[in-house]
Structure formats: structure tokens, C-alpha cells
Design a protein around this ligand. Structure first.
Ligand code: KIV
Length: 348
């Protein structure tokens, strides 16, 4: 319950926002108001009194900031507007994308917090099956796995559009089944859109979802959920017929209303043909710089794995950092130099 004083504060904030001199600053103020209301609502049930105080004391302020010392899960929230699906779709105008779309995968809240300011879209990919759960493929990934990781990513992000993958078996049987799965994912997690694999065969499903309020990203070329049909993860479309099929798949998804299409594991000329053939943006992975945006699995990009597919660029060596850090910790525990005095409580 929000108290009378706080209600008055909120009312004043609303009045201030509505009388703001220009639309943009009004928008920013209204957004702070919404965040303040959310925090006010949640802080009253907070078991942490200092968090409640911090949130309440900023209720009258137009630039709301969380007390970062009290919350590990929300250390640096930025009062920024989240990008929207239409904003991503409209990056491509008349076949031209002036600002390439930056996409990375994210599976956890903290990862999302770190990636969010630098991305346009965070994709909760079913690659989490291999990356997080150590599975051999994406086939065993469940709807509940996707829902839980997507909810964490939404909680950890403020700016990017969060797209969640529909896992194998959750959508192929019928448009109705797809709607049931997609609406569950979106309700549970707060994600703004879903992604599904497949081209012409999925066009009716994409259209069904879009007409019912579910934005969809398509995925053509190398589609990992079809690994058992394809017989592996090799680049697709090396024959003329194969190349034509990938372009036809992308066009079918575009016409069905997909707002973006992931193009994975194809030779450059196919990426170019697809990108020219569709009105919505293409997001490449192993598909050349000619696409309207790029996506990588974050752990690949960070250098978490020794195996580096040809299309991946390792921008860091996080595996080395983790191994070195764990080694140092283990040495200090064994030498009884950790915990030191600084990390030890003493009676007052
Ligand atoms: O599951 C995933 O992470 C993906 C991207 C690699 C496109 O589908």
C-alpha cells in the first residue's frame, strides 16, 4: 500500500511531468514517475529497510536513482527508455539500415546488466542449452528453461528489446500451440518478442502470432533445432537450389510480418540476397557484414570456450581470467591468507 504522503508526491510528480515544456522531458519525467511508483509499491514489502528508505526519499525527485549500496540485483539502473520492436524494425528504411542493429545473447540478470547499455536487442537464445546447461544441442531445451532465463534478462535490462527463443517442440505443431507457448513466455518473463526457426513452413504461424500481438523474429539458413535433419552445423545454401530456398524462406517470413530475421551460417552472397529481398532487418551470424545487424553468442565473443567457430571473433579471454582468478583464490585458501583481517568480523 502506498501512503498518503507518497500519493501526494506521486500526484505532484505527475502534474510536473504533464506541465513539462517539451514532449521529451515530459516523457522522461513520466518514466521516472512510473519507476518511482514501481519502487514505491515494491519497497513497502521490502525486507530491507534501507532500500525502502532510499526509494521513498526519492519519490519527489524527477531523476530517480536507486541506492546502489543496498541492491545487488539492480546496482546501476539507468532511467532510460526501453527500445521498442517498431524502433528496431524501422532501423531499415527502403532497404537501407544506417545504424546496424547490435544483438548479443544473454541468459542471466547480471550478464544482461553488463551488456544492456551496449546493445539494441538482447536475445535469450536456446543456445543456453549448450552454453549454460552443457547439453549436446538445443533439442532438449524446455519452455520453462527459456521462461526463467528470459525473466532474469528482463529484470537485468532497461534499454534493449528482449527477445526470447521458442524452444524445439513448443511451436512447430500448429499456430495455436505457438501462440500458447509464446504468450506464456511473454507473460512469465516480460520479454517483448519471440524468435522461432524455420522459413516458409512457419510463415502461417508467424502471421498468426503477429496478428495476435506477438512480435516475431524469424531464423533462416542454419537452424540448429533442425540439426537432426541437416546432419550437422555446416554452413547452408551451397547449392543453387539451397540458396534459393533460403531466400524464399526469408521472404515468406518477411511477408508474414516478422520484424527481423536472423540469417545464420550462409555464404556471403546469400546474406546479400536475403538482405536485399526482405523489407525487415536481417541479423547475421556467420553471414557477413552485409546484414542489417549482427548477433553472437556472448560467451563465444568473450572467449569462454576454447573452440572458436570460424564466424566468431573472440573479443576477450574470459576463460583465462576465470581460471587465473580461481587459481589465486585456491592458493590463498590453502595458504590461509584468505580471509584476511579486512574480510573478518570482530566483536566491537
Ligand atoms: O540460440 C541462439 O543463441 C541463437 C543465436 C545464435 C542466433 O539462435
Amino acid at each position: 500500500m502506498v501512503g498518503q504522503g507518497e500519493r501526494a508526491g506521486v500526484a505532484k510528480l505527475k502534474a510536473d511531468a504533464l506541465s513539462a515544456p517539451d514532449k521529451d522531458s515530459a516523457g522522461v519525467r513520466l518514466m521516472s514517475l512510473e519507476q518511482t511508483q514501481v519502487r514505491l509499491a515494491s519497497c513497502h514489502s521490502s525486507p530491507f529497510p534501507s532500500f525502502a528508505r532510499a526509494a521513498t526519499s526519492t519519490a519527489m525527485s524527477t531523476t530517480f536513482q536507486l541506492d546502489t549500496s543496498t541492491s545487488r540485483s539492480h546496482p546501476t539502473p539507468q532511467p532510460m527508455r526501453r527500445l521498442t520492436v517498431p524502433a528496431i524494425r524501422d532501423r531499415k528504411q527502403d532497404g537501407v539500415t544506417t545504424e546496424p542493429i547490435v544483438v548479443l545473447t544473454a541468459y542471466t540478470a547480471r550478464q544482461a546488466q553488463l551488456l544492456d547499455p551496449h546493445c539494441d536487442v538482447l536475445l535469450v537464445g536456446d543456445s543456453l542449452g549448450q552454453v549454460i546447461y552443457g547439453l549436446d544441442s538445443t533439442i532438449p531445451v524446455t519452455l520453462d528453461m527459456m521462461a526463467n532465463h528470459a525473466a532474469a534478462v528482463v529484470r537485468g535490462s532497461y534499454h534493449s528489446v528482449v527477445v526470447v527463443d521458442m524452444p524445439f517442440g513448443a511451436y512447430e505443431a500448429s499456430p495455436e500451440k505457438a501462440f500458447e507457448s509464446a504468450s506464456y513466455l511473454m507473460k512469465f518473463s516480460g520479454a517483448a518478442a519471440v524468435k522461432l526457426e524455420g522459413g516458409e513452413a512457419m510463415a502461417d504461424t508467424v502471421s498468426f502470432l503477429v496478428q495476435r500481438g506477438i512480435p516475431v523474429v524469424g531464423h533462416v539458413g542454419l537452424t540448429p533445432q533442425a540439426v537432426n535433419v541437416l546432419g550437422g552445423y555446416r554452413a547452408r545454401g551451397r547449392s543453387e537450389a539451397g540458396a534459393k530456398k533460403i531466400v524464399a524462406d526469408a521472404v515468406a517470413l518477411d511477408e508474414a510480418g516478422a520484424f527481423a530475421i536472423v540469417v545464420e551460417g550462409v555464404v556471403e552472397p546469400i546474406a546479400v540476397d536475403v538482405t536485399k529481398a526482405v523489407s525487415c532487418p536481417t541479423i547475421g551470424i556467420g553471414a557477413s557484414a552485409q546484414c542489417d545487424g549482427q548477433v553472437l553468442v556472448t560467451e563465444d565473443m568473450l572467449g569462454m570456450f576454447e573452440r572458436v567457430p570460424r564466424f566468431v571473433k573472440r573479443y576477450g579471454d574470459i576463460a583465462e581470467v576465470i581460471a587465473e582468478t580461481a587459481k589465486k583464490y585456491a592458493e590463498e585458501v590453502r595458504a590461509r591468507t584468505f580471509p584476511g583481517e579486512e574480510q573478518t568480523y570482530q566483536p566491537k
